[in-house]
Ligand binder design. Sequence first.
Ligand SMILES: Cc1cc2nc3c(=O)[nH]c(=O)nc-3n(C[C@H](O)[C@H](O)[C@H](O)COP(=O)(O)OP(=O)(O)OC[C@H]3O[C@@H](n4cnc5c(N)ncnc54)[C@H](O)[C@@H]3O)c2cc1C
Length: 428
Amino acid sequence: MSTLSRRNFIKLAATSSVAGLGVYGCAANAKKKSSGGGHVVVIGGGAGGTIAAKYIRKMDQNIKVTLIEKNADHSTCFMSNWVLAGIRDLDSITHSYDKLASNHDIKIVHDTVTEIDAAGKKVKTAGGKSIAYDRCIVSPGVSFRWDTIEGYDEAASHKVPHAWFAGEQTTLLHKQLQAMSDGGLVVIAAPPNPFKCPPGPYERASLIAHYLKTKKPKSKVLILDAKDKFSKQGLFTAGWEKLYPGMIEWRSKANDGKVLGVDADKRVAMTEFDEIEADVLNVIPAQKAGHIAEAAGLTDDTGWCPVHHNTWESKIHPGVHVIGDAAIQSPLPKSGYAANSEAKVCAAAVVALLNGEEQSTPSWVNTCYSLIGPNHGISVAMVYNLTAEGKVGKVKGSGGLTPKDGNNALEAVYAKSWYTNIIVDMFS
Ligand SMILES: Cc1cc2nc3c(=O)[nH]c(=O)nc-3n(C[C@H](O)[C@H](O)[C@H](O)COP(=O)(O)OP(=O)(O)OC[C@H]3O[C@@H](n4cnc5c(N)ncnc54)[C@H](O)[C@@H]3O)c2cc1C
């Protein structure tokens, strides 16, 4: 691919169709380059890491890519709220890395990275491997700030699930909802900003309400929030009034909504002035960058990783790039689609850097779909560009929200289609 065509690739990758089809089609048209090669190690096989690994290989077949992922397969957080509502099962959102590896000749190592030696340009794993790289891309997602809610730690999460990583935790919360009697109270403690998937707790409340309305209609959902406003708030509250009147209550931080303590045995959530006993309690703690980012010294005192947004290269450790939820990327949200867009820009920058070529000016796109009911979808979309200061900025006049009188049934169809497309992009 010439420098010019790579520049076009970045622009197209970032600004193509919100349904995701354009992103895939555009990349498929990219020319393959023959260069001096190099070795890129990608840490984390989620929304960011799979895409970075794949698109480097698509852009330059002489660059070897090793993807290190601790799990044998990947359950996506996206759609895990659908599993809670019984609309999908966990198997349907769990994906193998086999096709990604074989279709693109990516070496996949299932191991946990314990150390990144940025000066020596190598990573070490729990399994005892030492793997050298020319450039490293880190996409480990988030970890929890376990010290922010008294009584709530990893052990407590086996009784009171967070279900903020899809898998066993999703199953645990789903089973607790199934076991609850009709007339029960489900309490969701929503985290402070910034956190993975800004609309996620509110989609969760909606889909739990859908499940309760159909199976246990006397039950209620209470959201205790560490914030005073939330993503797509007007659309969510209008949807709740329409589909679940009187069933979902939201208590803001200003209205004593912030959960300060938890008694996991009794399923009690404590705020400053109140103690609420739940039948099912779901606590989503405050967040920071994934452990390996912190251990490798890639985070600053915010707990997230500062990066140069034209390349996503760390401002702390040159040669190491951080993408996805772990990076400081605002106003891009911590979403799977944003991670996908960041990964494509980062992949193009890494290929250019390894070839000593000029880098392109990137832009990014994000769309977050949420379901309020199985046939009631809403979305928020935005296009972003690089500002003169080298930061991510919103493109004026781009994006927007589902209109109040929009076609929510069609938005629900788009949400399902978005999932199909992003999974094809990530795993094949
Ligand atoms: C309930 C819920 C619903 C969501 N819905 C949506 C949605 O509808 N749309 C959307 O765009 N986004 C959604 N998201 C957000 C989305 O899941 C994340 O923003 C996205 O997955 C971030 O991608 P990432 O690559 O940064 O991290 P992840 O996708 O979390 O991937 C991180 C990977 O790194 C691996 N890993 C971590 N540390 C190591 C290590 N040391 N060694 C090896 N491997 C490691 C992990 O096992 C994991 O596979 C949702 C999130 C939640 C919780």
